[in-house]
Ligand binder design. Structure first.
Ligand code: SF4
Ligand code: SF4
Length: 62
């Protein structure tokens, strides 16, 4: 299982992570990326980490 952490201060709202998440668990609230789906469905693929231009996302396996 993975924990998805998104730093709201670092997020520029570019939408890249939400578009690229294969589990479709990332969305937007107030123009910031947040986990809107079931976090337990995160596959740990790190697509979101790779595409994020500001380094706002980190994935941790627990
Ligand atoms: S690691 Fe992959 S599955 Fe998990 S939130 Fe990021 S893009 Fe989605
Ligand atoms: S890719 Fe990074 S900067 Fe862009 S919306 Fe996602 S968290 Fe925010």
């Amino acid at each position: 299982m993975y924990i998805v952490t998104i730093d709201e201060e670092e997020c520029s709202g570019c939408n890249a992570c939400t578009d690229g998440c294969p589990a479709k668990i990332l969305g937007f609230v107030d123009e910031k990326a947040v986990v809107t789906g079931d976090e337990s469905e995160c596959m740990g693929c790190e697509s979101c980490v790779i595409v994020c231009p500001t380094g706002a996302i980190s994935i941790m396996e627990i």
